[in-house]
Design a protein around this ligand. Structure first.
Ligand code: PRP
Length: 210
């Protein structure tokens, strides 16, 4: 169906919350709730086709037009700098992007600051703005381990409840950005499917505000 809107949803806990918003906005697709390992689900009556995508890949699917719209964390949008429109803050998946380090950590400016992170571009940009020389250590997870083992001085990572930091004797040094899930759109889809995309955006907005 030519006018179907293809929606990339982030697989996992955030995706379930986000799908619920779409459902409440009138774009339900009951088959998505069935326990199976399918990745594509559609409801032609509602005009939507959903894909479960790895959260960090959503913006790529949308940028390249494999999906018309999608939901991605602001952290991923900041890091990947994909060329998409950001249409709406969905107000879910809220956390902070922050610099954290061992309690009482004091930076000695004579040495390069060693920063462990998944978000290398965000970290580079953040420290460039204050003219701080850094040595980036690119990790893929369990970032909190790095300062504990002396692999890095600090980390740039997401903090949700703060429990991981607390239980590893680390603390926030500085908050870089407030993060939440955003509705994004492919630029040419927005031009050619304006009406449908605007309708979805408006109805989601009503659900969030309601
Ligand atoms: C994220 C993040 C922190 C943790 C923060 O990790 O990277 O480690 O959650 O949550 P908290 O403040 O509520 O403790 P995730 O669980 O995604 O795993 P990862 O270590 O593989 O990134």
């Amino acid at each position: 169906m030519a006018d179907m809107i293809n929606v990339a949803l982030p697989k996992g806990r955030l995706g379930d919350t986000v799908y619920e918003l779409f459902e409440r906005a009138g774009f339900e697709c009951p088959s998505i709730r069935e326990k199976n390992r399918k990745l594509v689900f559609e409801n032609p009556e509602a005009g939507v086709r959903y894909f479960w995508v790895k959260p960090s890949d959503v913006a790529i699917y949308v940028e390249r037009g494999a999906a018309d719209i999608g939901v991605a964390g602001k952290d991923i949008l900041m890091e990947a700098k994909t060329d998409v429109y950001e249409l709406l803050d969905l107000n879910v998946g809220k956390c902070r992007m922050a610099v954290a380090g061992p309690k009482g950590f004091c930076y000695d400016r004579d040495n390069e600051l060693r920063v462990a992170t998944k978000f290398v571009n965000v970290a580079r940009e953040f420290y460039a703005s204050s003219g701080t020389d850094i040595d980036i250590i690119h990790l893929n997870g369990s970032i909190e381990l790095a300062p504990i083992l002396g692999l890095s001085d600090v980390i740039v990572d997401l903090v949700e409840t703060g429990t991981t930091l607390k239980e590893n004797n680390l603390e926030i040094i500085e908050v870089i950005a407030q993060i939440s899930a955003r509705l994004i759109s492919n630029k040419s889809s927005f031009k050619f499917k304006t009406k449908q995309i605007e309708t979805i955006t408006r109805r989601l907005e009503e659900v969030i505000e309601g």
